[in-house]
Ligand binder design. Structure first.
Ligand code: MTE
Ligand code: MO
Length: 509
């Protein structure tokens, strides 16, 4: 095989070598917590250095699968580079070895940016992965090991079938190792973090009766943690150790403060329902959710440090370097209660949602407020610093815009008979005062609202409907607590949130 088609065989061997290297790295990352996934580390590096508008393109093409696609592309590129290196190996094995080493180094340095990485572990993981990759290419091509033949090459005397069988077996093993490693990583992400006992909050909030219209198929008023939308730049949620976690308050303060987790939750605890939304949520989209958050008052912590006059911005930084910046005036406005949340719907914050502590600021989009895996509160000025997404073209200030969404009837075809047109509407923290529905261009009809939990949360709305057979067009618009109705004209999500009425075309059978 190798003698007959050296380029094809080399390419196969190289691609499998790259696969073995990645599979080894992923498995090690799955088994040992201090070792970050090389693929995810490289992905994160790409995300942090993305060109303007790249995220919008990815999200518009792949929705919330954008990160999975990014990782697949990284793996595919690694295979392609491996194939080229395999061809090179047949001529110069040394060059291929150096190239593998170089890629191992790139992976290692990318991994070091992960705050949970233990550098010595990461070195060992990268070295093991590189060695496994080089060893694979060496074995499959017969280069680099054993006594060099007269031409400097000792191609194995395997038959074509023998070569393909070995290549296939190694490739398969690499796939299994990589898949297993990824499963272990995801399992770790889903394992709830330990919590030192959190005292009961002083005042407990309960759902008012009729807060939920309880219509089958309609989004529930409180979204369970497992179904809550997730958006962040982390390919794998940081696994923070609560025992060594600290929150620092720095910048324009009288006394910088550092709090351990037990010190944080020793402060008075409060609960509130708050609807949070992603600025990337298109009209009709599902990047929005409502949960009960338990935590401490952000202003209590800021008061411990003493915010100095002239401070106009608060930046929340996460353990993995993400930042969200918000106006200090928004945080200090007594009309709302910004919080450092440690629980979500009565459970410890799930790792994907920011364990052990995150910010929840009523009324602001997530990217300018809701820092997960919170590690630092920086008191500064608006001019001094931009949060993560601002240089990428998103607004520096971004209150959540009023939105309404139709959940029922569903897209496509629906059965005839009496049913509800229903959905949700939100305008935190102005509240929703009215929702109107228009069917087939008729008069606007006022929908029934669920009893609002508070002005920081969304409401459900419904309108009874007994449709005739055929196609129908339904439009919804909401009016917020200030009496301002959503504008009809659609705008894209960038730079400060999507505007426009949600329209659903449905066909009744
Ligand atoms: N550390 C960190 N916090 C973050 C983000 C992030 O990328 N990293 N993304 C923000 C954005 S854009 C949104 S919309 C919310 C989403 O919170 P959720 O995933 O709990 O729904 O988290 C915010 N907090
Ligand atoms: Mo977001």
């Amino acid at each position: 095989m190798l003698q007959a088609r050296p380029a094809v065989a080399g390419a196969l061997a190289g691609a499998v070598g790259a696969g073995v290297a990645l599979g080894t790295a992923e498995l090690l990352a799955g088994v040992l917590p201090g070792i970050p996934s090389l693929v995810a580390s490289v992905g994160r590096w790409i995300i942090d250095n993305q060109p303007l508008g790249a995220k919008d393109v990815m999200v518009s093409l792949f929705g919330t699968n954008d990160k999975a696609v990014l990782e697949l592309v990284i793996v595919a590129v690694a295979f392609a580079i491996g194939a080229v290196l395999g061809i090179v190996a047949v001529r110069s094995f040394r060059l291929t070895s150096y190239a593998f080493l170089a890629f191992g180094a790139v992976g290692f340095f990318a991994a070091l940016r992960d705050p949970s990485a233990v550098p010595t572990f990461a070195v060992v993981a990268a070295a093991t992965a590189v060695a496994a990759g080089i060893g694979t290419v060496s074995w499959l091509t017969g280069q680099g090991g054993g006594a060099p033949g007269p031409t400097g090459a000792v191609a194995p005397s395997w038959s074509r079938r023998g070569f393909l069988a070995r290549t296939g077996a190694l490739g398969f093993t690499a796939l299994v190792a990589g898949g297993l490693g990824r499963r272990l990583i995801v399992a770790r992400e889903e394992t709830p973090g330990a919590h030192p006992t959190i005292p009961q909050p002083g005042a407990v909030v309960t759902l008012p009766a009729s807060a939920d219209l309880a219509i089958p198929g309609l989004t529930p008023i409180v979204v369970p943690n497992g179904e809550f939308y997730r958006i962040d730049t982390a390919l794998i949620a940081p696994s923070v150790d609560v025992a060594s976690w600290q929150l620092r308050v720095t910048g324009m303060v009288d006394r910088p403060v550092t709090l351990r987790f037990d010190e944080l939750v020793a402060l008075p605890l409060i609960e509130q329902y708050v609807t949070i939304s992603c600025v990337s949520n298109e009209v009709g989209g599902d990047l929005v959710g409502n949960a009960k958050w338990t935590g401490v008052r952000l202003r209590d912590v800021l008061r411990m440090a003493g915010v100095q006059a002239g401070a106009t911005q608060l930046v929340g930084e996460s353990v993995d370097g993400f930042t969200a910046g918000m106006p200090m005036a928004w945080v200090m406005d007594p009309a709302r209660e910004p919080m450092i949340a440690v629980k979500m719907n009565d459970e410890a914050l799930p790792r994907p949602h920011g364990y052990p502590a995150r910010l929840i600021i009523p009324g602001l989009y997530g990217y300018v407020s809701a820092t997960k895996w919170l590690s630092e509160l920086r008191v500064t000025t608006m001019e001094a610093e931009d949060g993560y997404w601002v240089p990428l073209g998103w607004s520096k200030e971004a209150p959540i815009l009023t939105q309404s969404r139709i959940d029922l009837p569903r897209r496509g075809t629906n059965p005839r008979g009496k049913q509800a047109i229903a959905g949700i509407a939100w305008a935190p923290d102005r509240g929703i005062s009215r929702v109107e529905v228009q069917v087939d261009g008729g008069a606007w009809q006022v929908a029934t609202l669920s009893r609002p939990i508070s002005s920081t949360t969304w409401v459900q709305w419904k309108l009874d409907w007994d449709p005739a057979q055929g196609e129908h067009t339904i439009v919804v618009r909401a009016t917020d607590g200030d009496g301002i109705t959503q504008p009809v004209d659609r705008t894209p999500a960038a730079p400060d949130g999507a505007r426009g009425w949600h329209i659903r075309v449905t066909s009744i059978a």
